[in-house]
Structures are given as structure tokens and as C-alpha cells.
Design a protein around this ligand. Structure first.
Ligand code: N01
Length: 535
């Protein structure tokens, strides 16, 4: 670690996305010296990097923002039901401007290492410009999905065309006109990009490993009257975002799918399909916990695919067969319709796997495809991937990766902290509700919990805080038990780590509901930070 110590701060925050921006604001308001380090040259986090065509959020705009300031909420006006990436990025820049945040963010900079020095009770933080800063608190705002997964296909180095990962999209516009384009991957990113690219490219070939369930987003422009009412209802929106099970207004209907007759169910599902968004996932409370209930929704979507896609052979390839909802359900605009276009080909790479990328394109076990551009919509090393990109070492020089991967497994307390790493706090860390609730809600709750905790330390002269091994074992066990009662754990997905070769399987999202989780975090505080050792 470099010895050029340039600064001694109260807190260093990693990343200037939704998490880092609010963390900086909140800590500055409380008088803590704070610096954010950000790899990009602007704010936004995932919304800075994900500039691929069609990128849009799958949470309704009016819930996809902060609620810590009523004035801020009322000053910003969303234009449509599901916000597109440029609009979200504008929103985050507006937040940065409003609170003059950029002056405490160092852009184009990566933190490469952070080592805890037990003799000083400080974090020594190494920056890629060769400098080192010291801080009492190390706060991760790296997000859950920022470590892109580019599969190690043989031959990629020799590809003569252009290639991009959706999560590292260039700032310049990529021109698809007259081009033969290949997209590998059909998760949320691929499904959003495919219809848009198909309209522009000469030919689009989609390489699909697992067909997914996707539902129409039915995006629409917001009516000014609706926006006016929403702003007037700020308190209600805030209450939903902060104290409901999902943080985004979605409520599971308290009815079992199996208690309705097939005809009633069909009506319910048809109505939800027309409404769009996640209406279908919440049509019955037991879709994600009961296999028979789940099958009713899966069958309905499969019937919609067959109805929409004209060529029965193509439709057959698009039919998913895993439990509905156990990979993130996707919202789309004209995804299945896109396969009716003459310039789109679907290749089932589960049947005919990709052998290699060639200088001119891509070869499967069956055929070679000439391509000018290859797009990797192949997802992320989720949850732990972004943390493992940094050499974080706690007591006795043990790294986070060693602690969590070395023949063992991830263990955190509340997804906020982990034993052996004092004063290291994670915003939406593993084993918190994170990606399965509304992210801005999860982020605000963690940021406020962390800031309140630091104020408590200052008030009572606490130098270090870390969870006890017992508390984190119990939390981790509880988190696994909740997940084991659902169908999520029965499907290979990025939620379980199965998408990354060699990654230990574990379900790192707390599923009991955001409201339940928040209450647990609050109880820990009111019990004097029970489960933590404070010294
Ligand atoms: O990534 P994914 P994503 N060879 O992991 C395939 C959020 N998000 O970027 O299913 C061939 O879902 C892989 O196949 P399989 C959201 O939380 C939100 O699309 O593993 N194919 C899959 O088809 C989402 O869940 C929004 O068999 C390979 C695809 O690539 C998360 O980000 C928008 C492969 C990856 O799908 C990730 O979404 C975008 C290989 N070696 C993202 N490796 C919205 O808010 C992987 N695949 C709307």
C-alpha cells in the first residue's frame, strides 16, 4: 500500500450512483468529512454505464427517486411510466446539482484496495492514481450489478468487428445501420435492447441460452394531471416507498392462484397482461412459493408467446420452462413481436452452443454467423462481484473474498456489515433486500441507518463497530431459511450465483419483505446496536 497519504477523512464512499450520492449528502449534512470515489466521469452508477439502446427501468418512475426531500421530489417531473436511462441519468445529475455534490466526488478514479489498520483503527484506502487516503469509515455504494460478466469465449481477441457489453456501453452512439448484429443473452438487458436494435440493423441474430418470461411493460407518457396529483400525494408515496413490503407500490393480492377456477384465473391474468408492468407477478400471493400456482402463470405466458410469435418453431424456442419469477421477470416493449420480423433470427445456443468467436463473427456447433457487431447482454457477477473487485482486507489482513469464498460462504449481519471488518458498511449489501425491492427505497433506508449510526458513534465516543460472529451466523441462517421456502432457490440465475463459473451458490437477498427488514434494523438500533460489538 502506498505511503503517500493525502487526506484523513471521516468517511470514504465507493461509487457515485443512487447510493453514493445520497450517502455523501447525508454525511455532509451531519458534518462528517466525506469523499466519494467514482470510476466513471460522471454521476449515476449503473445508470451512467448502462447506455445500451432501449435501457429503461422496470420500476415505475414515481417510485424511482429519493424521498428524503419533499422539495426535491416536487421539483422533478418524470415523463413516462417507466423511465428510460437518459432520463434517470438526468435526474441523478439534477440531484448532484441541487446539493452541489460534485465538489466532493473524485471522478475517473478507482479504489483498488482498502486495508484496515488495527493499530490506528482506520481504513487505509489505495486509489489508482497512486495516492492513499485514510478514513474512519469505509462505505460501499458499489451496487449489486456493476461487475460485468463477459464470458470467456475462445477467439474474442481476434474478432475484427466491434463488441460491447450492455453494462459498459460507450458514450458515443453505436450505429447499427446496415450492420449484421449478434446479441448474446436474453435477460432484462437483452430483451430491452433486441427490439430497438432490430429496427435499425440490417440483420439481428439473437443467441439465446435460456428463454425468459417477459411481460409487456405498457409504457406510456404520464398525464400532467397524474403528475400533479402524485406530487400532491408526496406523503403517501413516501410512506409506500419506506414502509411497504416492496417499496414500490406493488402489493401481492392475498388470494391463492389455486383458489380461483381456471376461467377466473384466465380473466385475472388477461387483465394483468393488459395492465402491463408487474401486475401479473402480483396477481396471486403464492406464485413464487407454490409450484402448482406458479405453473398457472407460467402456462399463461407460454400461451401468450405462442399467440404472438407467428412461426411455431421460433415460438417453441422462446418457451421458458423454469419456475416463473425465479429469474427476474422482465418487462418488455414488443419483444416477442420482434421475432416476427424478417431481419431477426433466433439461435438456441443451449442446443447448439457457441464454440468460438471468429475474426468474422461467431461459430456455434452447427453454423457460422458473420457479424459486424457483437453485443454481450450476458449480465453480471452479482452481489459479491463488485465488492471482490476491490482488495478489501479487515482484521489480520483477511480479505473479504477469503472470508466469504474460501471453503465458506457469505456471512453478513443485516447485509450492512460483516465480522472482522470494523466500520465497513455496505449499502444494499449481500443478505439485505436490495434488488428484490425498490432499490431507491432500500438505498435510502441503508444510508439513513448508516448516517444515524455514525452520529451515535460520535455522540458516545465509539471508535469501532462490527457484528459479532454469532449475530451474523444467525442472520445469514435466517436469510437462507426464508429463501429456502421459495422457488427462487430451485432455479439457476444470477440471484444464486449460478451464472458465474466456479462461483459458490448462495441466495444473497433477504426475502421477508422490506417493511419486515426495516423493522428489524430499527430494533437493532433501539436495542443499542444489538448484535454489534462497539468499542
Ligand atoms: O443479465 P442476466 P441482464 N453464454 O443475467 C446469458 C437488472 N436490469 O444484464 O439465463 C451464453 O439477467 C444468460 O443466459 P442464462 C435486473 O435486475 C434491470 O440482462 O444464464 N449466454 C441470460 O440470458 C436484471 O435481472 C433492468 O442461461 C450467456 C443473459 O446472458 C439484472 O440487471 C435492465 C452466457 C444474462 O441475463 C441483470 O440483467 C437491465 C454465456 N456464457 C438489467 N452467460 C431494468 O430495470 C450469460 N448468458 C429493466
Amino acid at each position: 500500500m502506498s505511503t503517500t497519504l493525502v487526506e484523513d477523512l471521516d468517511a470514504v464512499v465507493i461509487g457515485a450512483g443512487f447510493s453514493g450520492l445520497y450517502m455523501l449528502h447525508r454525511l455532509r449534512e451531519s458534518g462528517f468529512s466525506t469523499r466519494v470515489y467514482e470510476a466513471g466521469d460522471g454521476v449515476g452508477g449503473v445508470w451512467y454505464w448502462n447506455r445500451y439502446p432501449g435501457a429503461r427501468c422496470d420500476v415505475e418512475s414515481i417510485y424511482y427517486n429519493y424521498t428524503f426531500s419533499e422539495e426535491l421530489y416536487k421539483k422533478w417531473t418524470w415523463t413516462s411510466r417507466y423511465p428510460e436511462q437518459p432520463e434517470i441519468l438526468r435526474y441523478l445529475n439534477f440531484v448532484a446539482d441541487t446539493f452541489d455534490l460534485r465538489k466532493d466526488i473524485q471522478f475517473n478514479t478507482r479504489i483498488t484496495a482498502a486495508h484496515y489498520d488495527e493499530t490506528k483503527n482506520r481504513w487505509d484506502i489505495q486509489i489508482n492514481d497512486g495516492t492513499c487516503v485514510s478514513a474512519k469509515y469505509l462505505i460501499s455504494g458499489v451496487g449489486c450489478l456493476s461487475a460485468a460478466n463477459v464470458p470467456d469465449f475462445k477467439g474474442l481477441d481476434c474478432f475484427e468487428g466491434e463488441w460491447y457489453h450492455t453494462g459498459h456501453w460507450p458514450q458515443k452512439k453505436v450505429d447499427f445501420k446496415g450492420k449484421r448484429v449478434g446479441v448474446i443473452g436474453t435477460g432484462s438487458s437483452g430483451v430491452q435492447a433486441i427490439p430497438v436494435i432490430a429496427k435499425e440493423a440490417d440483420h439481428l441474430t439473437v443467441f439465446q441460452r435460456t428463454p425468459q418470461y417477459t411481460m409487456p411493460a405498457r409504457n406510456r407518457r404520464y398525464d400532467p394531471k397524474f403528475i400533479k396529483e402524485t406530487k400532491a400525494n408526496f406523503k403517501k408515496i413516501k410512506e409506500i416507498m419506506r414502509n411497504s413490503p416492496t417499496g414500490n407500490g406493488i402489493q401481492l393480492r392475498p388470494i391463492s392462484a389455486l383458489s380461483d377456477s381456471p376461467e377466473e384465473r384466465q380473466q385475472v391474468y388477461e387483465k394483468a397482461w393488459e395492465e402491463g408492468g408487474y401486475a401479473l407477478t402480483s396477481a396471486y400471493y403464492d406464485l413464487i412459493i407454490n409450484e402448482d400456482a406458479n405453473k398457472t402463470a407460467a402456462d399463461f405466458i407460454r400461451s401468450k408467446i405462442k399467440e404472438t410469435v407467428h412461426d411455431p418453431e421460433v415460438a417453441e424456442k422462446l418457451l421458458p420452462d423454469y419456475y416463473f419469477g425465479t429469474k427476474r421477470p422482465i418487462l418488455d416493449t414488443d419483444y416477442y413481436e420482434t421475432y416476427n420480423r424478417d431481419n431477426v433470427t433466433l439461435v438456441d445456443i443451449k442446443k447448439v452452443p457457441i464454440e468460438e468467436i471468429t475474426p468474422k463473427g461467431l461459430r456455434t456447433t452447427e453454423a457460422e454467423y458473420e457479424l459486424d457487431i457483437i453485443i454481450f447482454a450476458t449480465g453480471y457477477d452479482g452481489m459479491t462481484g463488485p465488492l471482490f473487485k476491490i482488495d478489501i482486507r479487515g482484521r489480520e489482513g483477511v480479505s473479504l473474498k477469503e472470508k466469504w469464498e474460501d471453503g465458506s460462504r457469505v456471512r453478513t449481519y443485516l447485509g450492512l456489515a460483516t465480522a472482522g471488518f470494523p466500520n465497513f458498511l455496505m449499502i444494499t449489501g449481500p443478505e439485505s433486500p436490495s434488488v428484490l425491492v425498490n432499490m431507491p427505497s432500500a438505498i435510502e433506508q441503508h444510508v439513513e441507518w448508516i448516517a444515524d449510526c455514525m452520529e451515535y458513534h460520535r455522540k458516545y465516543g465509539v471508535e469501532t463497530m462490527e457484528p459479532t460472529a454469532k449475530a451474523e451466523e444467525a442472520w445469514s441462517k435466517h436469510c437462507r431459511e426464508v429463501a429456502d421456502n421459495t422457488l427462487y432457490v430451485k432455479t439457476d440465475s444470477w440471484y444464486t450465483g449460478a451464472n458465474i463459473e466456479g462461483k459458490p451458490r448462495s441466495f444473497l437477498i433477504y426475502l421477508a419483505g422490506f417493511d419486515v427488514y426495516k423493522q428489524r434494523c430499527d430494533e437493532v438500533v433501539s436495542d443499542g446496536y444489538s448484535g454489534f460489538t462497539l468499542s
